[in-house]
Design a protein around this ligand. Structure first.
Ligand code: GA4
Length: 330
């Protein structure tokens, strides 16, 4: 029965994120990438919230809509066919289970390698009749979004008055960059909503471990971010813009000046949500440490570690854990 279903979801920590009537937040910083003051507004948004919305981003709408429709096609395949593209570790199709440590959500997804020449993603061939079409859709999208992410990182460096304009962006441009691409599908979930008056957790609260994340979703709501006071606010969806969040690694590289934002996704009662996220990460061997020019006599808040060490620790954690505490200096 629905009641049993609901209690089983509750036990699995997928359900009930409080009232679903949380008002939309009108305070998401809006950055026009073509505006002359963009760099200062970006720095301010990263310090205050770790989250902002970008317009005039230069990513062709056609790349976005092609990838969205190819992804939708994939997610509408029978489960048995999709599962041929699994499991999602390190890359492939995943359903409800997130990570390896017991986290679950009302979501199915694809985790993809961003190395465009890579041979390790043969699962892409089951995407459709014409795998080449999907292949090039993914490639076009990722390279356009990576370029935009790098432009944003360069504006950040300028806004922070760092001499080396590519101090952050070079890590994403590196051939060895350990970046990930993810497409999430959150099916609608009317029954439980009707029963409990609450929304299901689509993707539980967490911060992203990488440097920067670039998210685009269809027009279905669901994304929430956590404010400094601990309150959750709903981000109004906007399918023609991108949402950017600061990752843990960028928080460390700015010695805590930028905040990695805690966020989550609630499922929608009626509509499915599709989101695509590019997670820009450094090479595995890269030392993650505050940039010297940002320290101005202050000490590092963090112990020294490589991205490999941080990633290993992150992948052994639960989604909601605070992953940076293990690397803080006491
Ligand atoms: C969160 C950001 C990215 O989606 C991700 C996620 C990863 C996964 O889905 O496998 C993790 C999660 C994310 C952080 C903690 C660990 C690892 C699930 C999880 C419980 C791909 C990433 O890099 O870290």
């Amino acid at each position: 029965s629905i009641k049993q279903m609901a209690s089983s979801y509750m036990r699995n920590s997928m359900a009930a994120a409080g009232s679903s009537s949380a008002a939309f937040f009108s305070g998401v910083p809006l950055i026009d990438l073509s505006a002359p003051d963009a760099k200062h507004l970006i720095v301010k948004a990263c310090e205050e919230l770790g989250f902002f919305k970008v317009v005039n981003h230069g990513v062709p709408m056609e790349f976005i809509s092609t990838l969205e429709s190819e992804s939708t096609k994939f997610f509408s395949l029978p489960l048995s066919e999709k599962q041929r593209a699994g499991p999602p570790s390190p890359f492939g199709y995943g359903n409800k289970q997130i990570g390896r440590n017991g986290d679950v959500g009302w979501v199915e997804y694809l985790l993809l390698n961003t190395h465009l020449e890579s041979k390790s993603d043969g699962f892409l061939s089951i995407f459709g009749q014409d795998p080449q079409k999907l292949r090039s859709a993914v490639n076009d999208y990722i390279s356009a979004v990576r370029n935009m992410a790098c432009e944003i990182l360069e504006l950040m460096a300028e806004g922070l008055k760092i001499q080396q304009r590519n101090a952050f962006s070079k890590l994403l441009m590196d051939e060895e960059s350990d970046s990930v691409f993810r497409v999430n599908h959150y099916p609608p979930c009317p029954e439980l909503h009707a029963l409990k008056g609450t929304n299901m957790i689509g993707f539980g609260e967490h911060t992203d471990p990488q440097i920067i994340s670039v998210l685009r979703s269809n027009n279905t709501s669901g994304l929430q971010i956590s404010l400094a006071d601990g309150n959750w606010i709903s981000v109004p969806p906007d399918q023609s813009s991108f949402f950017i969040n600061v990752g843990d690694s960028l928080q460390v590289m700015t010695n805590g000046r930028f905040k990695s934002v805690k966020h989550r996704v609630l499922t929608n009662r009626l509509k499915s949500r599709v989101s695509m996220i590019y997670f820009g990460g450094p090479p595995l061997s890269e030392k993650i440490a505050p940039l010297p020019s940002l320290m101005k006599g202050e000490e590092s808040l963090y112990k020294e570690f490589t991205w490999f060490e941080y990633k290993r620790s992150a992948y052994n954690s639960r989604l909601a854990d605070n992953r940076l505490v293990h690397f803080e200096r006491i």
